[in-house]
Ligand binder design. Sequence first.
Ligand code: URA
Ligand code: SF4
Length: 183
Amino acid sequence: MYDNWEELENSIVNCKKCKLCNNRKNIVFGTGKKDADLMFIGEGPGADEDIQGIPFVGKAGKLMNMAFDGIGIDREQVYIANIVKCRPPGNRNPEDDEAVACLDYLRNQVMLVKPKIIVLLGSVALKNILGKEYGITQSRGKWIEKKGILYMPTWHPAALLRDDNKKIEFWQDLKQVKQKMQL
Ligand code: URA
Ligand code: SF4
């Protein structure tokens, strides 16, 4: 674990700890406010993120930005990262060995950001952060406290593209987050 951003960022530059290094264009480290109270964790980069090196800039990211705008969450004021930092081929889910290899970086990011609240975007984020016993359908919308951090699991933004009902629930979940931030 590094106690500063510079060393952490330098440590990842040529990472080859898992097989996702073979096809990536860019490592998508994370973006936003480095001491944010609110953090978002997604799954892994898609094609657009891989090209730009920035999380949530593609279709799903645009939908998430729209929700942020509607609810009054400033993207500049939050920190956004993913379970794996290199794009899984064909947008498949990260495999367990890949997530395990990459999670130390994310843990280190969480340690440095020190967020009060973490929004877990979808099943991959939920299971890798809180444990395989959690399911997104049962857990979404419900606060879970662990080691002084409040977690809000919700749908992955890509799931909203296919399902209007999930869109509504995603908004409800982010509204809860917004309310909690204002307490
Ligand atoms: N989906 C994710 O999980 N993360 C991104 O950065 C983009 C799409
Ligand atoms: Fe390294 Fe993570 Fe990329 Fe795997 S996904 S090569 S562990 S940065």
